[in-house]
Design a protein around this ligand. Structure first.
Ligand SMILES: Cc1cc2nc3c(=O)[nH]c(=O)nc-3n(C[C@H](O)[C@H](O)[C@H](O)COP(=O)(O)OP(=O)(O)OC[C@H]3O[C@@H](n4cnc5c(N)ncnc54)[C@H](O)[C@@H]3O)c2cc1C
Length: 407
């Protein structure tokens, strides 16, 4: 059988793969995207909380209204382990909650408009080099096909199988956070303008729990945990957390999802001859919150552009494709580095130290800094400003020394 031939093959139809495919097609190349699930968007495992600044960055600020579940998030209510509350907010909308199935389907419709061919129910099982570039083997158990491509953009999500086949690293399995989430209705005492974050090692070891409102009585309720199965921690949070259980007592579970988030920060190398890696498969997620749609989206857009440029230049060497890594690192490397250390530092704090940190942050001047310059996608700004506050120094020196000694 003759292989099907394309310039660029994208593996994975999550947001990263879809953004990369759309961006490459916008630059005039042939693109085929392969998704193993029957339909785009069916691999739903995300709360869909996306910052408005981030959406602007990926040129998605004008989302169709049917995708947006809540366009009114102005801040966060953060609970300490003992229930002390810090509220941070801005004067206007800072984030949207989106329906992630529809969001993926929307990016896919834009990609198709630009000429991307999308093949669902098609698993890419293997990738081999040959004299013309790469040969991908696709198929399920009973059928298979060969695709000849000049470039593969790998966007398989958090447990990629193909990175290793092209001798690129994968996000380490032991550094993932396991996450479970319910969509719940009939919740009491939530405010559709505020995301609720619960910091408590007992309920969400190594991460946090969240209530992300869709409206004033329904929300996405989830937890992340360094231990599996995370579903047990979510059950415990819903039934036993002293504050959350009161809100969720009468609530009904409408839907359950679960997934994993790579928290180790990006992989060491994201390109080689004929190959680029994007999204969760490249560890392009925020180590502090696990959000990956915006960062993966920014990197994927760059990947699509560079892949298209390399087709135009007839050069798919690692040397040419290294421009992708240079550009995405320029956009976010420092930020990812800072967030990685903030997450690791926060994980070394005892509940008592976390309480102390909450008390320190709950001072008007400090809260003002967090409210005004806090940005969920660019957390280095707020971290650097907080490091300049002298009254936080004794706390940071004591706990920071402990963190450095543990490393
Ligand atoms: C519970 C939870 C809540 C989250 N909440 C948020 C949030 O609020 N905001 C945010 O920004 N991020 C959030 N995230 C993270 C976000 O979901 C991911 O960062 C994002 O989905 C990554 O996109 P991706 O395209 O890299 O991977 P994925 O979304 O995982 O997509 C990968 C796709 O590739 C397909 N695939 C894999 N292997 C193959 C193959 N060999 N052949 C063909 N197809 C293949 C899969 O079926 C899948 O559709 C959350 C994650 C979890 C687990």
């Amino acid at each position: 059988m003759e292989p099907k031939v394309t310039d660029i093959a994208v593996v994975g139809g999550g947001p990263a793969g879809l953004f990369a495919a759309k961006s490459a097609a916008e630059h005039g190349t042939n693109v085929i995207l392969f998704e193993s699930k029957e339909k785009i968007g069916f691999h739903e495992h995300c709360a869909g909380l996306l910052s408005t600044e981030g959406l602007e960055k990926i040129e998605f600020s004008n989302l169709p209204s049917e995708i947006i579940q809540n366009n009114n998030i102005i801040g966060a209510r953060i609970y300490s382990p003992s229930g002390n509350l810090v509220t941070v907010s801005k004067n206007s909308t800072t984030a949207y909650v989106v329906d992630r199935v529809r969001f993926n389907q929307y990016i896919s419709s834009l990609a198709i408009e630009k000429g991307v061919e999308i093949k669902t129910s098609t698993n890419v099982l293997g990738v081999k080099r040959n004299s013309k570039g790469l040969e991908l083997q696709t198929g399920k158990r009973t059928s298979s096909a060969i695709i000849q491509t000049k470039i593969a953009i790998l966007a398989e999500g958090r447990f990629p199988k193909l990175n290793a086949q092209v001798k690129l690293p994968s996000p380490p399995r032991k550094r993932v956070i396991f996450a479970s989430m319910y969509v719940m209705s009939n919740i009491k005492d939530i405010d559709s303008k505020f995301v609720e974050i619960y910091q408590a090692q007992k309920f969400a070891p190594g991460f946090f729990a969240w209530i992300i409102p869709i409206d004033d009585e329904s929300a996405k309720v989830g937890i992340g945990s360094q231990y599996s199965p995370s579903g047990k921690y979510l059950e415990k949070f819903v039934l036993q957390h002293p504050i959350a259980k009161e809100k969720l007592k009468q609530a009904k579970i409408e839907k359950k999802t679960s997934g994993a988030i790579p928290l180790s920060s990006h992989i060491k190398r994201t390109y080689t001859d004929n190959v680029l890696v994007v999204g969760d498969a490249a560890g392009q997620t925020k180590p502090t919150t696990g959000g990956g749609v915006i960062l993966g989206g920014v990197a994927s857009r760059i990947a699509g552009e560079i892949a298209a440029d390399s087709i135009a230049a007839n050069d798919q060497s690692a040397n040419f494709l290294s421009r992708y890594e240079k550009q995405w690192k320029k956009e976010m490397k420092t930020n990812l580095f800072v967030m990685k250390h903030v997450r690791q530092y926060l994980n070394t704090l005892t509940d008592k130290e976390t309480e102390r940190l909450f008390l320190l942050i709950n001072k008007p001047k400090i809260k003002n800094i967090v409210s005004q310059i806090g940005d969920v996608d660019n957390q280095k700004r707020v971290v650097f400003r907080l490091l300049l506050k002298y009254n936080l120094w004794p706390f940071f020196i004591r706990t920071g020394t402990k963190y450095l000694l543990k490393k």
